[in-house]
Design a protein around this ligand. Structure first.
Ligand code: FES
Length: 97
């Protein structure tokens, strides 16, 4: 396997935006998936399983599993199919904060 040098610094990203997750400030890039921005910020636990309260987070990242749901403006949405925007207020579906 050929190893290539780290080229992550060459990636051109959209403008930085800030939103909140359970009241904490999170940085993302305009237009990227909310699930990706949360994962990158270390927020892996997005909801609790209703049956046993086990922590759940993004799994399929394509809108099939529903493991990544969060609340935005009173609506429960899939974070992997939602877009980051400046000023967005996102809350988890954890039983205990
Ligand atoms: S990660 Fe599966 S629906 Fe979002």
């Amino acid at each position: 396997m050929r190893l290539t040098p780290d080229q992550s610094g060459l990636i051109r990203r959209a403008e930085k935006v800030t939103f909140t997750f359970d009241g904490a400030s999170v940085a993302g890039h305009a237009g990227e998936s909310l699930a990706v921005a949360l994962l990158r910020a270390g927020h892996l636990h997005l909801r609790d399983a209703p049956e046993d309260g086990a922590p759940r987070g993004a799994f399929c990242c394509m809108g099939l599993c529903q493991e990544c749901v969060v609340r935005i403006g009173g609506q429960v949405v899939e974070s992997c199919r939602s877009v980051v925007a400046s000023g967005l207020a996102v809350t988890s579906l954890k039983e205990q904060q």
